[in-house]
Design a protein around this ligand. Structure first.
Ligand code: SAH
Ligand code: SF4
Ligand code: F3S
Length: 471
């Protein structure tokens, strides 16, 4: 296929980096006593977390330093999500609270990016109802944030960036306060148009970064101490289809595994219609690749899958699961499930339950269907009653809880190589990390271990976690 992906020119990127310098000069005048502070609030998925690391890189290059608290910040950036109604409501409510911060200090700049404001109706609404917001920028315009900050500092007109042709910008700085755990976006956008999903409308068409750019970034991450790298994309299985070179997720991962260093490689997420034998084989072969496959099924009913425009059947899905299990018998498999899609009958829901029993996932992320304006499913009749949806949701969780507890128990007695990530949120004497599974592992230790691998003998497991002792 011909490479039609729009690439933001190096000249444009360097003009933006220049804008950072000018912001810094200006802030030194506006905030003469001490450097101004920034605060970034991120909603949504890992893709947004990765994008927020770029925003943090930009803020720092502009001379801003991190604020402990949103109320103390002089530059507040929101990176929003639009996947379900709840995500938008939460963001809108927190954005509303910043009005008072801006009233107290007119030097405060408030900007909003991400999926929510990549919808014209939302951007227009914010323009009209939130006059204290200086700018919004869509998911394809992160590289343009330096000039947005500069314009706001100079008191220029408010700006609302919406494009319908997103490109790829290389060379935007990033900042990660936990460099041992790294996100690496390998592609952006989505072409799948699942009938319920807003993502293709707010993140644009699928576009892949060049393998050489990805490898260069992987090397940099490893040099900076990355021990756990997650390759990101809405459907990493179709990586490279828009590139001229003959590449794929499987060959890309193989090349990354060849890089020197003691690190692990993960990938998120996969669409079953594109999960290839080659990908399963490379996972099984390469020691550095974590044996965890996140393969969202959404529903166990063929009628619902077809209405969702998922382009696979239950049988096809189960055949991929069989392939994964026979190539990697101990592989952790996880999924996303949508409950109460328009028209879902009790029998169709029962098909989802029976699929859960057949696959025996390590963990699922389940959601009650939420209509999204502009998507085909939002126009479908037969919305499911809220009480019915809630009931199905609890039955789904109850079934999965028993499977999850059984799956977690398989680790007891084993020794696992765990990357120590943080002090436990519930017990300051305990540390939390991740092994060769998506599950957090708890063990006694102290913060000096953060960022290093330890061997943990697993002694206990329950529904939510597994725990053990360093050996
Ligand atoms: N690209 C990823 C998913 C991104 S969204 C993938 O296909 O795997 C994460 C999950 O949110 C989806 O898998 C789906 O289960 C859920 N989701 C998406 N749109 C939704 C909606 N309108 N209502 C409820 N859940 C939704
Ligand atoms: Fe949404 Fe489907 Fe694309 Fe995932 S693959 S982002 S669910 S449209
Ligand atoms: Fe949300 Fe956008 Fe991710 S809608 S889930 S932040 S791709």
């Amino acid at each position: 296929m011909v490479n039609e992906t729009k690439r933001i020119s190096p000249e444009e990127v360097s003009a933006q980096l220049d804008a950072c310098k000018r912001v810094k000069e200006l802030t030194e005048k506006i905030f003469p006593d001490s450097p101004p502070t920034y605060y970034i609030e991120t909603f949504g998925c890992q893709q947004n977390e990765a994008d927020s690391q770029r925003l943090a890189g930009i803020c720092r290059l502009c001379g801003y330093v991190p604020a402990d608290d949103i109320k103390a910040a002089k530059l507040i950036l929101f990176n929003t999500c639009a996947i379900r109604e709840h995500a938008e409501k939460k963001a809108l409510s927190i954005i509303g609270e910043t009005k008072h911060i801006r009233e107290k200090d007119s030097r405060v700049i408030i900007g909003i990016g991400g999926c929510m404001v990549s919808q014209r109706a939302r951007a227009d609404k914010i323009k009209a109802s939130n006059p204290y917001v200086a700018f919004t920028f869509d998911t394809g315009a992160i590289h343009a944030v330096p000039s947005l900050i500069l314009g706001a500092l100079k008191g220029e007109k408010r700006k609302f960036i919406l494009s319908d042709n997103f490109g790829i910008a290389e060379g935007i700085p990033f900042y990660n306060d936990a460099p041992y755990k790294a996100w690496l976006s390998i592609m952006y956008g989505c072409n799948n148009f699942c009938s319920y999903c807003i993502v293709p409308y707010v993140r644009g068409r699928e576009r892949s970064r060049r393998p050489e750019d990805i490898l260069a970034e992987a090397r940099l991450l490893i040099e900076n101490g990355a021990k756990d790298i997650t390759l990101l994309g809405q459907n990493v299985n179709s990586y490279g289809r828009d590139l001229e070179e003959d590449t794929s997720i499987a060959s890309l991962m193989r090349e990354i595994c060849r890089l020197d260093g003691d690190f692990r490689l993960r990938f998120m997420t996969s669409h079953p219609k594109d999960a290839s034998d080659e990908l399963i084989a490379v996972m099984a072969e390469e020691e550095k690749i974590v044996k965890h496959f996140h393969l969202p099924v959404q529903s166990g009913s063929d009628r619902v899958l077809s209405a969702m425009n998922r382009k696979y059947t239950r049988e096809k899905y189960l055949s991929i699961i069989d392939k994964i299990k026979s190539a990697m018998p101990d592989c952790s498999i996880t999924s996303d499930i949508i409950v109460a899609f328009p028209g879902e009958t009790e029998e169709e829901f029962a098909d989802t339950l029976s699929l859960l029993e057949a696959v025996r996932y390590d963990m699922i992320f389940s959601f009650i269907y939420s209509p999204r304006n502009g998507t085909p499913a939002a126009e479908m009749d037969c919305r499911i009653d809220r009480a019915v949806a809630n009931d199905r949701y609890s039955r789904l969780l109850a079934l999965q809880d028993t499977v999850t507890a059984e799956r977690n128990a398989r680790f007891v007695g084993r020794t696992m190589k765990v990357l120590c990530e943080e002090v436990s949120k519930t017990d300051p004497g305990m540390m939390t990390g991740r092994g060769d599974t998506p599950r957090p592992v708890h063990f006694a230790g102290d913060s000096s271990l953060i960022g290093s691998f330890v061997n943990v003998k697993i002694t206990k497991s329950d529904l939510f976690s597994i725990s053990g002792e360093i050996v």
